[in-house]
Design a protein around this ligand. Structure first.
Ligand code: RB5
Length: 146
């Protein structure tokens, strides 16, 4: 499983913590920037990069970090096949995989600290989509793309 990650300036510091963690547990990480917190950038540019990278790839997941996670998720969810979940707790992160088959995890560098972010990422990565009735609900979500 490859993880494609990006952040804006507000999420940069947390991105470095998350990238270090992912590498330490042996995850293959593609980091699409941004690369500092002092230059203001536009979060949609980064959400688009990650969404385009993982569209159609079932062996890839994405992580997007801005100030709140909200702008990143709104942008990523405009792309076909993307199910981006903006969360700030481990339960929602886990359920977003089990019930919603989220393929992009979003959170806020101004909302969660490094320790919680790592727990959120681990909860998300260790959960699996349950299928069944949830697959039928995802089909109904997909109808909105047509
Ligand atoms: C940047 O100031 C901020 O608006 C952005 O990081 C994000 O929180 C948007 O949703």
């Amino acid at each position: 499983m490859k993880i494609v990650i990006a952040a804006d300036h507000a999420g940069y510091a947390l991105k470095t913590i998350v990238v270090d963690h992912l590498k330490s547990i042996g995850v293959d990480v593609i980091d699409l920037g941004t690369n500092d917190s002092s230059t203001s950038v536009d979060y949609p540019d980064y959400a688009k990069k990650v969404a385009r990278e993982i569209m159609g790839h079932t062996d890839m997941l994405g992580i997007l970090i801005c100030g709140t996670g909200v702008g990143m998720s709104i942008t990523a969810n405009k792309f076909r096949g993307i199910r981006a979940a903006s969360v700030s707790d481990t339960f929602s992160a886990r359920m977003s995989r089990m019930h919603n088959d989220s393929n992009i995890l979003c959170f806020g560098g101004r909302v969660v600290g490094g320790g919680l972010a790592i727990d959120i990422v681990d909860a998300w990565l260790n959960a699996e989509f349950e299928g069944g009735r949830h697959a039928n609900r995802l089909k109904k979500i997909k109808e909105g793309e047509e």
